[in-house]
Design a protein. Sequence first.
Length: 202
Amino acid sequence: MTLDIIVPHYHEPWKLCQPLFDSIALQRGIKFEGISVIVVNDGDDVVFPDGTFLQYPYRVEYIVKEHSGLSSTRNRGLDESDADYVMFCDSDDQFINSLALKMIWMEMEKGKNIINPVFLEESYDPNKDEMVYITHKSDATFIHGKAYRRAMLVENNIRFLIQREMLLSLLKSGEITQDEYDKTLAKLRSKHNCKLIVTSAN
């Protein structure tokens, strides 16, 4: 059984990314030989120094590509993976439970298509002027914290829809309405015969 953790990288300095890599290294009850991290640099000039990942007990593959956005970057990581399961993490995510991957691994061994554990979202509360943590249980709207059987994604042509990022930008700026967004997205999904992985609007 193998797991690839796919991490898009764009602009984030190593100081912001390090907690994720450290938290993976602190995981207990698993064999690191079965875990790899695929970092995909989305054409940014912030490149991690040579030797950055040598301290970790798992393999790290670092890929640099031309800038094309988050969806394309995640798709590239998926294309590079040959693991049984994949996870998609942002560079500022981290595992706060040292047994998190062990629990996910136990579910992977059952052959499940999607493993959807509880995860915490860090968010700023302007009323309290502090960071708060929101618990998400079996939440389908976030990509974070879930493990997917890679063959299931590949066999069903499940991808991150690249044009969605452009549509979200137009929606946020008020250039298109929610109805126009929904209709255009549906047309794109039909045209590309592509099942869209549902994610939050980052």
